[in-house]
Design a protein around this ligand. Structure first.
Ligand code: GMT
Length: 377
């Protein structure tokens, strides 16, 4: 099949997932075209099966806001026609589903019936999409996609609760290429560079948006390091980083917290980790938690949104109410205080990720594409 993928090219989970999906589809022989404003950060090769088309924006002094949807929908029309694409798979409803609908209408005029698959990822529904500023257009674009998928049951229910949805929504969970996290990386895992042999390592990876509660990450760690010698790795960057660094200074734990910034070496970083912290206020799935678990790292998280669909309380980690720093710290200590308990949780975490493996989920997307194309014949 010839598939166009539209996503945010940044470190956010939806962009990461879309990129991993595109690369896996190309590996299976499909022709994949990424159409975005930058090369996606996780797109690490360009082959004859894998293409990148940049959406260029024209600066004009009249515009306070550049009309990105217009540029994107024009580019979609151009790429679909030039490369005879069968499907557009758009990740994150805003504004991608809307731009895809516009492209679909423009192509219809030229006698081309392009199919649009929209994948809802989370904040496009829960935080931004349902805001009155966007709601009407988001609802319209969801209802006018040929197929709609959501990354968790929880997100599907949120979408139905927040919008008037006439379309059926298929749940396709986030996936992981488990091979990337296998033990072969262990030789490269120079843990000693970051922590002493008796220290545990806790990790947080995110885009440091308010929804991630990085202040709670630090507060949980603060409690943990009082009881167990440990280090905290903070991976990523975003609006809350400055305040996070200030809090670390205030709590006098600067020598124990390492801010690494954005990284593409997530698998390598996770190989150092004993516990992953995800205290988010809202999380449709928690791809970062799944990546951690694939790297044998149990997860201390909140119980919000779709997290319980990936992190199993008492098995792969623990779940607490949003903001319950004390309980999250106690749960982390419960795992970290004993080598035996830690090993058990690490094993469980890894084992649990098998159901979210690329080999299980990729055929689901392929089946969605085939069935929507069959219907068109
Ligand atoms: O969580 C983020 O900050 C990034 C965000 C995105 O849309 O790029 O991630 C969302 O999509 C991921 C992939 O489907 C999910 O695993 C994340 O849970 C979801 N984030 C939220 O719902 C906050």
């Amino acid at each position: 099949m010839r598939i166009g993928i539209v996503c945010y090219p940044t470190f956010g989970g939806s962009g990461v997932l879309a990129t991993e999906l595109g690369m896996a589809l190309a590996d299976k022989g499909h022709e994949v075209h990424f159409i975005t404003y930058n090369q996606p950060v996780r797109l690490d090769f360009i082959s004859h099966q894998l293409h990148f088309h940049e959406v260029l924006m024209e600066e004009y002094p009249l515009f306070q806001y550049q009309p990105y949807e217009l540029a994107l929908s024009s580019k979609l029309v151009e790429v679909v026609r030039k490369h005879q694409l069968d499907i557009l798979h758009v990740h994150y409803a805003i504004p991608h589903a809307y731009a895809a609908y516009m492209a679909k209408m423009m192509l219809k005029e030229k006698g081309i019936d392009i199919k649009v698959v929209t994948t809802l990822h989370g904040t496009d529904i829960t935080l931004v999409g349902s805001h009155p500023t966007y709601k009407i257009a988001v609802e319209f674009s969801i209802n006018n996609s040929d197929v709609v998928t959501a990354v968790s049951n929880s997100l599907k229910e949120d979408t139905k609760r927040l919008f008037n949805i006439s379309k059926s929504i298929k749940v396709v969970h986030n996936f992981i290429d488990t091979k990337k996290y296998d033990k072969e990386h262990e030789a490269e895992c120079k843990r000693i560079a970051l922590a002493k042999p008796n220290e545990r390592i806790l990790t947080h990876i995110s885009n440091f948006r308010p929804v991630k509660k990085v202040d709670d990450v630090i507060k949980v760690f603060y409690e943990v390091q009082k009881e167990v010698p440990s280090k905290l790795l903070m991976v990523g960057d975003g609006p809350e980083r400055f305040d996070a660094e200030k809090l670390v200074k205030k709590l006098k734990i600067k020598d124990k917290v390492i801010f690494l910034g954005n990284s593409n070496e997530v698998a390598k970083i996770l190989c150092y980790s004993d516990v992953f912290l995800l205290p988010s206020v809202s999380e449709s799935f928690g791809l970062a938690a799944l990546e951690a678990m694939a790297a044998d790292t149990p997860v201390i998280s909140t119980n919000t949104g779709g997290i319980p669909e990936v992190n199993v309380h008492g098995v792969t980690g623990f779940l607490s109410n949003v903001g319950d720093v004390k309980e999250m710290a106690n749960n982390a200590l419960n795992i970290l205080e004993s080598d035996e308990v830690l090993m058990k949780f690490k094993k469980n975490a890894k084992e649990h990720t098998k159901q979210f493996s690329l080999s299980n989920i990729l055929p689901v997307y392929e089946e969605i594409y085939s069935s929507v194309l069959e219907k068109a014949l």
